[in-house]
Design a protein around this ligand. Structure first.
Ligand code: AHR
Length: 311
């Protein structure tokens, strides 16, 4: 799916407008919707011509969108890769065409670091660590003693946030909770509400004694809440829930007592991305990884924070 959203004014330098080809992962979550809107409005604000396409969570769609942008000779290509591997060939084609590539949100594994200029996005491993640290507080507050049985709802298989959030969480668990925490089930819910709902229902069948859910995003947690309630249990009480993102619906669930804590992952990357695109286009240098600043929220902060949430 491709849509061309043209900015209406000239770029900040007053010269020829920058044409940016952007390949989005999909529209799988509230986070993604906010991210797409941020990219579109920031491109408009910057006065760029934006060519935007939605890959519907399929790598082959992203590869053909990038090939299209190369054929159209855009000035810069930006994309949020659905998975980490399998990009070398198309990135080499962009390099051969002398079109700089900027990654946003998610990283890739490449054999050649020169195939992309920078990544504008979050530190997902740290988000996983922060999720484990905030879970310690949630457990203490709930008075749960020993025997923490965790269900993990993973993001899309092979995607950087799924791999790295699981890694960061496990790192803290192995270092500090070898004896008292255990991940009893872990499966992908593909970052969607429907996925979270379906997989959580199966988890509850196979492991009815789960007392913690770690969901790699709010949408899967919200889907899981429906299955927890359908099983006659109270989300946030019988099953403590920590998730990642901080979208409005996540904050609503938290203010209703159904999610216990949220680790923020900021999707509003548009303005920063446009600055980077300009610098790269003008031949300037940028840092290899431009990290996003984020916070953590416990349930008792949810009501006060809800009106200020921007996504
Ligand atoms: O890559 C960021 C992740 O992708 C978000 O946490 C998730 O909601 C989205 O689908």
């Amino acid at each position: 799916k491709e849509d061309d959203s043209a900015g209406d004014s000239a770029g900040s330098g007053g010269g020829k407008k920058i044409t940016l080809g952007f390949s989005q992962v999909g529209s799988e979550s509230g986070w993604r919707t906010a991210n797409s809107e941020s990219v579109k409005s920031a491109a408009k604000e910057a006065g760029y011509t934006l060519k935007f396409s939605d890959a519907q969570q399929k790598q082959e769609n992203q590869i053909s969108a990038i090939r299209n942008y190369i054929a159209q000779k855009v000035d810069v290509i930006a994309f949020s890769p659905v998975v980490v591997t399998g990009w070398d060939a198309v990135l080499k084609e962009a390099k051969a065409a002398k079109i700089p590539v900027v990654l946003t949100d998610r990283s890739v594994e490449t054999s050649d670091d020169s195939l992309y200029v920078t990544l504008v996005g979050s530190d997902f491993t740290d988000e996983g660590r922060r999720a484990a640290k905030i879970l310690e507080k949630v457990i203490e507050k709930a008075g749960l003693k020993g025997n923490v049985k965790i269900a993990q709802l993973e993001g899309t298989t092979g995607a950087a946030p799924a791999i790295e959030r699981a890694k960061g969480f496990k790192e803290v668990m192995d270092a500090e909770h070898k004896d008292d925490w255990k991940i009893v089930v872990s499966q992908t819910g593909d970052f969607t509400r429907a996925g979270g709902k379906q997989v959580m229902a199966a988890f509850l069948q196979s492991n009815p004694d789960i007392n913690v859910l770690f969901a790699h995003n709010d949408d899967m947690a919200i889907g899981a809440i429906q299955s927890i309630e359908a099983a006659g249990k109270k989300p946030g009480k019988d099953i403590l829930i920590v998730s990642i993102d901080g979208v409005k619906d996540g904050f609503v669930a938290m203010s209703e007592g159904k999610i216990n804590a949220i680790v923020e992952c900021n999707p509003l990357l548009g303005p920063q991305l446009m600055e980077v695109v300009k610098t790269v286009h003008d031949g300037g240098t940028v840092e290899r990884w431009i990290k996003t600043k984020e916070g953590d929220f416990m349930q008792d902060q949810a009501k006060a924070a809800l009106p200020t949430r921007k996504y």
